[in-house]
Design a protein around this ligand. Structure first.
Ligand code: NAD
Length: 390
């Protein structure tokens, strides 16, 4: 039985001048079926109200804090009340807000990195299990159709065993002490209290780690890491270099950087297998390069029938015909549609289709935190090779 109403969305974070909250607002509503009804948008209650006015929301549902949001929303009848809430605050708030929302009965879409510590991540895994709420984590790069095609090719038997994964995520926007100018996004990202133990590693290294594990289905087990803060006075790393050992004998190299002058968001992954390789670049996301032994290179292009024949997930995540580029918003929307369709199934007690069940979850968030914990431990150790904890 289909749900004959829109899902009601709330948001914490994403106030005036914020970056990712607006992307969530647009992407969650790209396919219809979701309505933003309110939120606690800013750490400053006055700015939160200002945001609600700009978004033309009901003033009664613009809250000063997330605790007020929970308290007042719970007084509304089901169907009117928020079904899920997107947490788009800096990292230090993710755990406390997600936990409170889950325990109050809301489904949650949370930004990455999921928490500040592994202990918090483990706690959230348990809370999601106990509350039986749907929890999505916005590792948006898994939402791209050509990443889903890469996953289905690599995990199928087309190329044989994975041997080596090379993933890089260079940016250049923190090549100077931008945080000292008061720039909002740079300020909290370079503050250990708000960002966590690793700056660049938490901000973009976790995306690279998640992408490598998503495409290959392998798990990093050991790491040898080197962290640097190139910008004088910066308290957290702005450059990350790691060697990786995955299960099943695969090896890898991961580098992330925020001081690579001229680079924008050049997330790129190569997966080299026994008889073939793939390459995907985030800045050219509609193409997947495939190289096989004794064959010319092939470029698979999003939106063509041959893609859907190999990867129904890629076809499901495609809205426009080939040649009309899709990118960041659509990838976000693909995680949202799978997350919200799963909530709809829960509300109507229908079975979740495996194609819907394809979005990053709380367990991926725990992987991200284990990655960061191991990264920091390895960077400090003289022995270097450091195992992931179970
Ligand atoms: P930002 O600084 O642009 O915005 C943060 C917003 O949260 C601000 O409006 C701030 O006032 C608000 N806020 C802070 N504490 C709050 C609280 N307790 N209650 C309500 N509002 C609060 O930050 P951003 O760049 O949008 O990043 C936000 C989160 O999104 C971070 O965790 C970041 O890692 C993540 N992020 C993810 C992606 C992605 O590609 N998935 C991209 C950028 C950022």
């Amino acid at each position: 039985m289909a749900l004959n109403r829109t899902l009601k969305m709330g948001m914490v974070g994403g106030g005036p001048g914020a970056f990712i909250g607006e992307v969530h607002r647009k992407a969650s509503r790209l396919d219809g079926g979701v309505e933003l009804v309110g939120g606690a948008f800013d750490i400053n209650p006055r700015k939160s109200k200002q945001m609600a006015r700009e978004l033309i929301l009901d003033r009664k549902r613009c809250y000063g804090t997330y605790t007020e949001l929970i308290e007042k929303e719970l007084k509304l009848p089901e169907g009117e009340r928020m079904d899920f809430v997107a947490v788009c605050t800096p990292n230090n708030w993710h755990y406390v807000i997600a936990r409170a929302l889950l325990e109050a009965g809301f489904h949650v879409m949370c930004e990455k990195p999921m928490t500040l510590t592994v202990a918090e991540a483990r706690s959230l895994v348990k809370i999601v299990k106990d509350t039986k709420r749907v929890f999505g984590l916005m590792h948006n790069y898994t939402g791209y159709p050509m990443v889903k095609l890469a996953r289905d090719m690599v995990r199928g038997d087309r190329f044989g065993k994975v041997r080596k994964i090379v993933v890089k995520y260079p940016q250049g926007w923190l090549a100077t002490a931008l945080e000292r100018t008061g720039q909002m996004q740079a300020s909290w990202r370079t503050d250990p209290k708000q960002s966590g133990g690793s700056g660049c590693g938490g901000d973009i290294g976790t995306h690279a780690e998640n992408l490598a594990e998503y495409i290959t289905g392998l798990k990093i087990q050991e790491m040898c890491a080197d962290l640097t803060s190139f910008v004088k006075g910066r308290r957290l790393d702005d450059d990350v270099n790691c060697l990786l050992k995955f299960n099943k004998g695969a090896k890898g190299v991961l580098h992330a950087s925020q001081i690579s002058v001229g680079e924008e968001n050049n997330l790129t992954i190569w997966v080299h297998c026994e008889s073939g390789s793939i390459e995907w670049r985030q800045e050219h996301p509609n193409y997947l390069h495939v190289r096989e032994m004794d064959k010319p290179e092939q470029i698979y292009k999003r939106g063509n029938d041959y893609v859907g024949k190999i990867s129904p997930a890629a076809a499901r995540g495609t809205r426009l015909p080939s040649g009309h580029p899709e990118a960041f918003f659509e990838a976000f929307a693909n995680n949202y549609i799978n997350f919200t369709d799963t909530i709809r199934c829960k509300l109507t007690r229908t079975k979740v289709d495996p194609l819907m069940n394809d979005f990053p979850k709380v367990t991926d968030g725990l992987r991200g935190m284990l990655f960061l914990e191991t990264l920091l431990a390895s960077a400090k150790s003289n022995r270097k090779w450091t195992k992931f904890k179970k």
